[in-house]
Structure formats: structure tokens, C-alpha cells
Design a protein around this ligand. Structure first.
Ligand SMILES: NC(=O)c1ccc[n+]([C@@H]2O[C@H](COP(=O)([O-])OP(=O)(O)OC[C@H]3O[C@@H](n4cnc5c(N)ncnc54)[C@H](O)[C@@H]3O)[C@@H](O)[C@H]2O)c1
Length: 313
């Protein structure tokens, strides 16, 4: 298959590209390298350094015989979405819509969309949240993801688009950008490698559902199959506190450091976990990477000197 992966130079997208190429697909990457990295672009992929808003994107559809779209490019910072909701909406809503419209025009029906669990469900009524849980996004970022999900349903009804909407929990693993304000695992790795205490905001008992990027890649392999359409949570169903993440990474680093607690961040969600039962029943997906092992592997990745690690300095 010829697959267009947007955001394919980024953290999750680059791992998906690796797996698709490994499976024998031809991959075309669209990425403006705003947070993605040139060295993460797979050498066997065709690469277009374009912004989602660039009208030249239509050339990709005219030249590359695209048969499936995997849409991971996004403005991913919740804080940035609060500071500049119009910019967030421009990239995450309008940019997605432009892609959808091109998909409809060029009759590309398979459309995989990277959505979010935590930011969509908000403070949950029950744990873990299944796909039926009410959506209550508390940030422009979450509102934008939900809006695109609704557009996808509109395009499914009217333009024969077959969407596979994957609602991720907190994805962690090698290549995550340690400079963002999200991605606590990457941030702690970076602090530990600089012999700094991991900084925890608040008491550290806030929980998240941490899923390995390699399990997320498997979800994207399943999502490619023709019969995989609909909305699916991609998480572990487990809640893990930030204190436990810090302790596990300190252990992995072998350093004698303890976390530093800073004042809590305003409006930070207290707990989050999502139920992957539907994806498991329909497509036999389940997370397999044990958290401790995944955290250790992630720390080891960041500890290795490589071009991709130049940004740690
Ligand atoms: N990391 C997580 O825990 C998580 C959780 C839920 C959903 N997601 C979603 O998964 C997707 C990938 O996230 P990630 O964590 O890999 O982040 P990332 O920042 O590493 O990847 C995003 C990629 O999109 C590119 N990009 C950004 N704006 C663009 C634009 N206007 N035009 C073209 N390319 C652009 C960036 O350069 C980057 O390569 C995003 O849609 C994000 O919302 C991530």
C-alpha cells in the first residue's frame, strides 16, 4: 500500500513509519519539522517538508497514488492550545479538514486519526473510561481533537471515508521530545541524565495511563486493515502515579537522586485511565510492553549518544 503518514518525523509517527516500511508498505511522510526531526525521517520514505496548511499538499495526492492516510501531524501542546487557541484550531482542525477534503477528492477511504483519550474524557466519572464515557474536553487541544472526530463521522456518512479513530492515553518511549511540557517520562529521563532531580508538580499522586509507543504502533498496524473502522481507546486501563514513574526511572538510571516537588499546576487533571476492551474484542489488540521494562528501555535510549539525542545538550 502507498500510505501517507503526516507527522512521520515526530515521536509516534516515526515509529509507525518504521513499522509500515518493515511490513513492506511504501510510505510518504508529510511533516513541517516544527517538533519532528530530520534524522527521524526513515531513509526509505518519500519526504515532503510541508505544513498542513500549505496548498502544495495537493501535489502529494496528485503524484503519489496515496491509498491510505495516517494523520499524526498536530500542534500537541495543551499549554500552547490554551495560550493560542486560534493557532491550535488552525493546525488541528482546519489542517485536518484540508487533508480530509483531499482524501475525499482523491477517493482515499482509509483514514487513521491520532486522537486522545485523557484530554477528551476530562475528569472521569469512572475508571477506566470506555468509548461511551461522556466527552468533556477542558482545553482547546481536546476540543479540536473531538471536533475532528465529528468531522470524520460526517465524511464517513457523506464521502465514503472509513475512519479509524485511535484515542491514545499517555504515550511514552524512545524519541519522545523531552523539551515539551508533556511527556513526563522523557522529561524525567533528561533531568536524570543531567544529574538533576526529577521535578514533580504537586504531590505526585496524580495518575495517568502510560502506554508504550510500540503498543501504539501495533494499534496502527491493526488500524490499517480494511475492516478496522470506528473509535477505539488505545491505553492500558491502568493508572500509574507520577511518583511511581519517577521512582522507576530513578532506579533505571542507577542514580542516587530523589524527586523535587514543585507547586501543583493549575487545572491539571487528577486521574486518567482508558479501557481498551473494545479494541481487544473487535481487533484483538492489547498492550504487551510491561511498564517497568518500557521505562528502562526508554531511559537507555536517552542515555545513548546518537544524532537523535543531540537535543539533550
Ligand atoms: N504523545 C502522546 O501521549 C499523545 C497522546 C494522544 C494523542 N497524541 C497525538 O499523536 C500525534 C503525534 O504526537 P507526538 O507525541 O508524536 O508528537 P510530535 O510533536 O513528536 O509529532 C507531531 C509531528 O507533527 C509535525 N507537525 C506539527 N505541526 C505540523 C504542521 N502544521 N504541518 C505539518 N507537520 C506538523 C511535527 O513536526 C511532528 O513531527 C498528535 O496528533 C498528538 O495529538 C499524542
Amino acid at each position: 500500500m502507498n500510505i501517507l503518514v503526516t507527522g512521520g518525523a515526530g515521536f509516534i509517527g516515526s515509529h509507525i513509519v518504521d513499522a509500515y516500511i518493515q511490513e513492506g508498505h511504501r510510505v510518504v511522510i508529510l511533516d513541517n519539522l516544527s517538533t519532528g526531526k530530520r534524522e527521524q525521517v526513515h531513509p526509505d520514505a518519500a519526504f515532503y517538508a510541508l505544513d498542513l496548511m500549505d496548498p502544495k499538499i495537493k501535489d502529494i495526492f496528485e503524484q503519489e497514488n496515496i491509498e491510505a492516510i495516517n494523520h499524526h501531524a498536530a500542534q500537541i501542546s495543551v499549554t500552547q492550545s490554551v495560550a493560542n487557541p486560534a493557532f491550535d484550531a488552525e493546525i488541528n482542525i482546519v489542517g485536518s479538514l484540508k487533508l480530509l477534503q483531499l482524501a475525499a477528492t482523491h477517493k482515499v477511504s482509509k483514514f487513521i486519526f491520532a486522537s486522545t483519550g485523557g484530554a477528551l474524557y476530562g475528569e472521569q466519572d469512572y475508571y477506566p473510561a470506555n468509548e461511551e464515557h461522556p466527552t468533556n474536553p477542558m482545553s482547546p487541544y481536546g476540543i479540536a481533537k473531538l471536533t475532528v472526530e465529528r468531522y470524520l463521522n460526517y465524511y464517513r456518512e457523506n464521502f465514503n471515508i472509513q475512519p479509524a479513530i485511535l484515542r491514545y492515553s499517555n504515550v511514552y518511549g524512545p524519541r519522545q521530545d523531552p523539551h515539551g511540557e508533556a511527556g513526563v517520562v522523557a522529561i524525567f529521563c533528561k533531568q536524570l541524565l543531567k544529574d538533576q532531580q526529577p521535578v514533580i508538580f504537586g504531590d505526585g499522586e496524580q495518575t495517568r495511563d502510560f502506554v508504550s509507543v510500540f503498543d501504539v504502533v501495533n494499534a496502527n498496524l491493526k488500524a490499517l486493515s480494511e475492516n478496522c473502522t470506528g473509535t477505539y481507546n488505545v491505553g492500558t486501563g491502568e493508572e500509574t502515579s507520577v511518583n511511581i514513574i519517577a521512582a522507576s526511572l530513578i532506579k533505571a538510571s542507577g542514580k542516587v537522586l530523589s524527586p523535587q516537588h514543585n507547586p501543583p499546576r493549575m487545572g491539571e487533571q487528577r486521574r486518567s485511565s482508558i479501557d481498551y476492551g473494545k479494541f481487544n474484542r473487535d481487533h484483538d489488540w492489547k498492550p504487551v510492553e510491561p511498564l517497568d521494562e518500557g521505562l528502562k528501555n526508554t531511559f537507555d535510549f536517552f542515555a545513548q549518544p546518537s544524532p537523535a539525542q543531540a537535543n539533550l545538550k
